[in-house]
Design a protein around this ligand. Structure first.
Ligand code: AMP
Ligand code: MG
Length: 484
């Protein structure tokens, strides 16, 4: 293999002892074929694939050929899945190593769908093409929306079928992440009840992700604080664009604060706080409006893992951790309010802002109005369902908004700029996601590539995008399925 790709592996997680990971190579595949390569991400990573033939690329992105200095492992972790504690681990993913880019950023390079591991339980270790393309599409859309996320470098077909409800083409996604350490990683180690192992993981995480707390008085407490802050920022961002993760189990919550594991996720169109798309989420545990509540619940599970490191005295440790967890509501509300203010272009704060915001949301809910497009309308973009905004209730609200908008030293310019940088003109609409994936599954990648290109600049007023802003007429019963 040519060496001019610039891989720069420096693997640290694989050096952790046995309980943390299993050393394992991706299982070779029959007939590898690269179908998507993210050139722009490759560039950000200082990787250059331009000299590499399609055959070689296909071998690389299925793991048939491993880069020099990679060191493949499957990571061990546990997790609360829909509230129930389970031992999990990478059942179909292999971390081939940590690539360090020119600017000294460290990235996990992981193959998802690369064969069985010690953690596969009853699974086949494989992934189907559709869900891997879906993760590629949505994660890259999230990145362009300025939301912390794992990213997607490539999708390659394996040339082997996977058996689900029907036979489907198998594929491997190359996922790039700040790391794949999850709340569930801490839960797995904490459940083993060996303080030394917990300290090893803790020290590793502080060094890798939060070196700024290395010298703090109570590092464990500070780790809880920074992770809480990161997760609040993340969920506020999700609420901003109407993103519903769909499967916020503790094994799908990254310690680095990135959106991870794109399974049954989808974007809300008509504003309804109770929106759930996932077919397995019968009780709405992970509904749009429940996402902050669940974030706090997951953080509480994280806090439990840290108890032995917070204080020698368990009661003191619990008290200290609870104090941090109890700050969640106030911090969330503040950050959410500021985010909503930004969506409305409001500078400064006014006691009545909360009511102005809630009244708009209530109006959208009662009148079944699209969330994203309402903010487009407020930014004076013409959208198809413009006549919805002609009624008296909305006009009255708009007057209040306009009055508030011109207060607090808010120039028209500032107001507009704030709204334009907060409100996407485009989100990956569910029916378009489905249509492009269906075409891709039938061998036509063109619509998916087009869609990716458009989603790459969601805040820009691009030409001819109106068809991407229209809601599907049959969206009401839209369901997503777990990405297997
Ligand atoms: P997820 O719902 O994708 O977060 O996955 C939950 C757990 O199931 C993780 O431990 C996965 O590695 C595992 N898993 C999902 N699909 C498969 C599969 N096809 N084969 C083996 N393990 C899987
Ligand atoms: Mg997962």
């Amino acid at each position: 293999m040519k060496n001019n790709i610039n891989w720069n592996f420096d693997n640290t997680y694989s050096k952790l002892p046995e309980p943390f990971r299993e050393k394992i190579n991706p299982v070779k595949v029959k007939n590898p074929k690269l179908i998507l390569l993210n050139e722009s991400l490759a560039k950000d990573l200082n990787l250059d694939f331009s000299e590499i033939s399609q055959t070689e690329l296909s071998a690389i992105f299925t793991g048939n050929e491993l880069p020099k200095n990679s060191n493949s492992i499957a990571q061990a972790y546990a997790g609360h899945q829909f509230g129930h504690f389970t031992m999990l681990g990478d059942g179909r993913a292999v971390l081939i190593g940590e690539h360090v880019s020119k600017n000294n950023h460290r990235y996990d390079i992981q193959f998802k769908g690369s064969g069985k591991t010690a953690f596969s339980r009853n699974g086949d270790g494989r992934a189907a093409l559709g869900p891997m393309l879906r993760e590629y599409l949505i994660s890259e859309a999230m990145y362009a929306l300025n939301i912390p996320t794992t990213r997607s470098l490539a999708v390659a077909k394996t040339g082997e079928n996977v058996i689900r409800e029907t036979q489907l083409e198998g594929a491997i996604l190359t996922r790039v992440a700040s790391s794949h350490i999850r709340v569930g990683t801490f839960q797995y180690i904490a459940a083993r009840n060996k303080k030394g192992e917990l300290e090893t993981l803790f020290d590793y995480v502080v060094k890798r992700h939060y070196p700024e707390i290395e010298n703090s008085k109570n590092k464990a407490l500070d780790l809880l604080k920074v992770v809480l802050d990161k997760q609040i920022d993340l969920v506020v961002n999700w609420m901003r664009v109407g993103f519903i993760h769909g499967v916020m189990n503790t094994d799908n919550m990254s310690i680095a604060g990135e959106t991870i594991d794109y399974g049954p996720c989808a974007f809300m169109d008509i504003y309804d706080p109770k929106t759930v798309f996932s077919s397995i989420d019968k009780l709405g545990r992970y509904a749009y409006c429940n996402q902050p509540v669940i974030t706090k619940w997951n953080l509480s599970r994280f806090a439990e893992c840290l108890i032995p490191l917070i204080d020698k005295d368990q009661d003191t440790a619990v008290k200290l951790a609870t104090e941090i967890i109890d700050t969640f509501e106030k911090t969330y509300e503040e950050k959410w309010l500021n985010m909503m203010r930004a969506k409305l272009g409001l500078i400064g704060s006014d006691k009545k802002d909360k009511y102005l915001i809630l009244d708009l949301l209530t109006w959208m809910h009662q009148n079944k109005v699209d969330y994203t497009n309402t903010f487009c309308h407020l930014m004076n973009f013409k959208i198809q369902e413009d006549n919805i905004y002609e009624g008296t209730d909305f006009s009255n609200w708009k007057k209040r908004w306009q009055e508030r908008s011109s207060s607090h030293d808010n120039s028209k310019e500032k107001h507009k700029k704030l709204m334009r940088s907060t409100n996407p003109l485009l989100i990956p609409r569910n029916h378009i996601v489905e249509n492009t994936l269906r075409d891709a599954d039938q061998g036509n990648l063109e619509p998916l590539l087009n869609f990716l290109k458009i989603l790459n600049s969601p805040y820009t007023d691009q030409k001819d995008i109106s068809e991407y802003q229209i809601l599907s007429s049959s969206n009401e019963n839209y369901q997503t399925f777990c990405g297997t």
